[in-house]
Design a protein around this ligand. Structure first.
Ligand SMILES: NC(=O)c1ccc[n+]([C@@H]2O[C@H](COP(=O)([O-])OP(=O)(O)OC[C@H]3O[C@@H](n4cnc5c(N)ncnc54)[C@H](O)[C@@H]3O)[C@@H](O)[C@H]2O)c1
Length: 363
């Protein structure tokens, strides 16, 4: 297969694992040509560290390179839309870290621009393609828990200001626990249970300010502009009902990460922000939970798997799994919960529901 030629825009905190995986484990499908950043020294450092073949002084220069076929956008959420749109208008496929965009109408404009330019938009997370979540998908598809009737997803912690070097964006528009961590949980739920037709929600902002305790911005006070405790109810197209809590306000809890409940049993799902983990099933006639051996590979940190799968899809002219349909649906679910909370009524989804095809066990 001819490799897909990729360039990265934005080489901050998360870029290291992409740079590593795209130049090693996924280098049979992807050729990483180079990278660019608003801070050119960051791009120069990453280019040297990973011996990338091309050097770009700016994102504009990278977009002007006719050899680049796909732009991997690893900028902060507030920059996702502008960088993706510029890439699409330059005739490049794009793949963006989560969320797809900050505002819903930006996602609509981006999807329309991609169609007009005959290129693809895809996006993170790709953890749903990992061995843990694909094993869960196979167990559900093979009927181990019967028909799914309900799901529970809980992501609760006390925020990122104790470890992230630049945590401000987590508390600004486009941040908050739902838009930051929700993509992992909601994508996993759509992959496992199916598309969502309607949502409702309640939100609160418990702490109006956050004190940064990580270096180098230790002592900085961040004004919190977004809800930081979000409770949502999801009505799936197939009739199942989901409950989700995402919070940056909780010091400790005993709730599971994700569980799926079916007519014949229950499934315990591993961390959707990882690729492997323990998968457990307890059927109605079991005395205890059984840990299931994983059926799929990619169980270590495989960020970039979605790009490798997209590269394969582009070359074989088939739909990719981490698609714009999926990330757009996930974005609308997350927004819908906030909109419903503000309006005090349920929100009907407009994006067409999509459930990605399961990954073949040998991918
Ligand atoms: N940090 C993590 O652990 C983590 C994990 C998973 C996903 N993500 C996602 O990855 C993305 C990046 O997060 P991060 O933690 O690496 O942020 P970061 O702030 O560390 O890095 C972002 C980089 O993008 C650059 N940038 C910003 N705007 C730009 C623009 N318009 N053009 C070019 N470069 C620009 C910045 O200079 C910076 O180097 C976010 O969408 C985040 O949600 C982060």
């Amino acid at each position: 297969m001819e490799r897909l030629r990729v360039g990265i825009v934005g080489v901050g905190n998360i870029s290291g694992i992409y740079l590593k995986n795209l130049t090693t484990k996924f280098s049979d499908r992807v050729e990483l040509l180079g990278c660019a950043d608003a801070i050119p020294e960051r791009a120069a450092r990453a280019t040297a560290e990973h011996s990338l073949p091309r050097t770009y002084q700016s994102p504009e220069q990278l977009l002007a390179d006719p050899d680049i076929e796909l732009v991997l956008n690893l900028t902060i959420p507030l920059a996702h839309f502008d960088v993706c749109l510029a890439a699409v208008e330059a005739g490049k496929h794009t793949y963006v870290e989560k969320p797809l965009s900050v505002e819903l109408d930006q996602a609509e404009r981006l999807v329309a621009a991609a169609a007009a330019n005959n290129v693809r938009v895809g996006g993170a997370p790709d953890t749903f393609l990992g061995g843990g979540l694909q094993t869960c998908r196979k167990l559900i598809d093979d009927g181990w828990i019967g028909k799914p009737i309900a799901a529970a997803a809980f992501m609760q912690n006390h925020g990122h200001e104790s470890w992230h070097p630049d945590p401000e964006f987590y508390y600004k528009t486009g941040g908050g626990p739902m838009f930051d961590m929700g993509p992992y949980y909601v994508t996993a739920l759509v992959n496992l249970v199916g598309p969502v037709s309607r949502v409702s929600g309640s939100t609160r902002t418990t702490f109006p300010q956050r004190l940064v305790t990580s270096e180098p911005r230790k002592g900085t006070v961040i004004d919190v502009d977004v809800p930081t405790h979000i409770v949502g109810s999801l009505e799936f197209e197939n009739g199942a009902i989901g409950t989700i809590i995402t919070s940056f306000d909780v010091w400790a809890h005993h709730l599971p990460l994700i569980e799926i409940y079916g007519t014949e049993g229950s499934l315990s799902v591993p961390d959707p922000n990882g690729f492997g983990g323990d998968v457990k099933v307890k059927r109605f006639n079991h005395d205890e939970w059984h840990t299931i051996p994983l059926t799929h590979g990619h169980v270590e940190n495989s960020r970039g798997l979605g790009i490798a799968e997209a590269a394969d899809a582009i070359r074989h002219q088939r739909p990719q799994r981490a698609s714009s349909d999926l990330t757009h649906h996930v974005l609308e679910i997350m927004h819908g919960i906030h909109i419903a909370a503000e309006a005090g009524r349920r929100y009907d989804l407009k994006t067409p529901g999509v459930r990605p095809e399961p990954l073949p066990t040998d991918f």
